[in-house]
Design a protein around this ligand. Structure first.
Ligand code: ADP
Ligand code: MG
Length: 451
């Protein structure tokens, strides 16, 4: 404003001087007096322009200085902000181009699940990352948001860390995680036919298995108890438990997770989990709670102990057509009753004497408490941690009915002369056993087929 006023004064004074000269020229002609006034006038105009020029230069310099200070300030703020984000572990938004470069155009697949492919990548600063590309349009977007919402706001040593994400219209959404170098637990506890993904996995030793059990329990206790809103994972299984360089467990895959208010006791949601780890209340459409995670955890514990899947189709003798379902939780219950617990341990571990019988008993008892059919009987994950770490005594678990198990063992049984799909039978019996009405009776095998 000040500068504009100054400009007007300059223009007006220069014009006045010029007009004065014209008038004097007309009145005085080319007399000595006029020449003298002309000289003085030109000198005055020259002075005015010099002053304006000097002032303009000075202002220009000041403006440049101010501009650079503002830029510096902004840069400082940006650096400070990104530093704070990093310190706080908040995820950043990545450019698609950068992730394409980091993964070498999505070349190295390190894992595939029901909804995504995961690729290894390296960022410019040398950080190893795992880029999860969520595929499929029906649930993809929902899973992307569920995973982002839950994992972005939490931090725990036993939960995978989300570094960032990328969502561009027309491309599958991407989640960027820290790379966990030893892959998922299933590769380390189940016998492998050759290496997977070109990697060779050996058999996880007993002490590591016990530590993994404690790590996962701590991660779940944190999600259920220590976060602002309760977080249900709802897809606990060995494929979603990763092992880092020290073979510590890191729980991952929050695609099915749900937030639950602390004052809510159950959550009603569509069944989407993995067959074999789903708690009975899922099947009964009876609402899920943190106790559904406890059930899945118990199932995983048994698989960690036995080094086998809980439900397995075993061949009897050499006849391929003679195959029978074998349900590990039932076998464990029987062995516990007979006092032959060592027989349930992964046979690859029994050769060396590394299996601690006391730890084994604790793990088996905890697992059987966790898989109680009635959610009310299952312990909280916090209590599981206490039991595993020896802060509370682990009591002998009550024998659960395991109706699901009986039915799996029936193998194509014909009930009432009609051959029914297995899951429908299961649901029916469960309902009967819990004195429920038949309103929730319509589950079919497709519901259970998982992801
Ligand atoms: N951060 C990671 N580091 C290393 N491997 C990973 C990582 N995240 C996932 N994987 C691998 O990719 C597989 C699939 O990832 P997951 O997130 O479970 O996808 P989905 O939601 O499709 O099940 C995992 O079982 C694991 O083997
Ligand atoms: Mg998964």
């Amino acid at each position: 404003m000040e500068f504009t006023k100054g400009k007007i004064v300059v223009i007006v004074s220069v014009n006045v001087l010029i007009i004065l000269l014209i008038i004097l020229r007309i009145c005085l002609g080319l007399s000595k007096a006029f020449i003298f006034i002309l000289g003085a006038d030109i000198a005055a105009i020259f002075c005015i322009f010099t002053c304006v020029f000097v002032k303009y230069r000075k202002n220009g310099r000041r403006r440049a200085l101010e501009g650079s200070l503002v830029l510096e300030g902004q840069e400082l703020k940006r650096t400070e902000y990104s530093f704070l984000r990093k310190v706080a572990g908040l995820p950043t938004k990545f450019r698609y181009r950068d992730l394409e470069t980091a993964t070498d155009k999505f070349q190295a697949v390190i894992g595939r699940g029901g909804s995504a492919s995961v690729f290894k990548g390296i960022l410019d600063d040398g950080t190893s990352i795992a880029v999860k590309r969520i595929e499929g349009t029906t649930h993809g977007e929902r899973e992307f948001h569920a995973e982002l919402t839950v994992i972005a706001s939490i931090q725990h040593v036993n939960l995978v860390q989300l570094l960032g994400y990328c969502s561009v219209p027309g491309s599958p959404p991407l989640l960027v995680y820290e790379f966990i170098c030893n892959g998922s637990l299933d590769n380390w506890i189940f016998p492998q036919k050759g290496g997977r993904n070109g990697q060779n996995f050996s058999c996880l030793a007993w002490n590591f298995r016990f530590r993994v059990a404690v790590d996962v329990a701590k991660a779940l206790a944190y999600l259920h108890r220590d976060c602002r809103s309760r977080i249900l994972h709802l897809d606990i299984k060995p494929e979603n438990i990763l092992l880092n360089e020290d073979f510590r467990a890191v729980v991952s895959d929050f695609g099915l997770s749900k937030l639950m208010r602390k004052d809510e006791s159950r959550l009603y949601t569509t069944i989407r989990g993995t067959k074999g780890y789903l708690a009975p209340e899922w099947l009964l459409e009876n609402g899920v709670s943190e106790k559904s995670d406890v059930y899945s955890y118990g199932m995983v514990l048994l698989e960690i102990i036995g080094g086998r899947r809980n439900v397995r189709l075993d061949q009897e003798g050499s006849n391929c057509s003679h195959r029978k379902w074998s349900y590990f939780p039932k076998i464990v219950t029987e062995k516990l009753r007979e006092g032959k617990l060592m027989e349930v341990v992964d046979e690859r571990l029994t050769d060396d004497s590394g299996v601690d019988e006391k730890q084994l008993r604790v793990l088996v008892h905890v697992a059987l408490w966790c898989i109680q059919e009635s959610p009310g009987l299952r312990p909280s994950m916090g209590y599981v941690v206490d039991m595993l770490e020896g802060r509370v005594i682990v009591e002998k678990p009550p024998e659960t009915e395991m109706i699901v198990v009986d039915l799996l063992c029936l193998d194509d049984q014909i009930l009432d002369g009609v051959q029914k799909p297995k899951v429908e039978i299961v649901t029916g019996q469960l309902l009967e056993s819990q004195h429920r009405t038949t309103s929730n009776y319509s589950l079919s095998t497709s519901v259970l087929s998982g992801r």
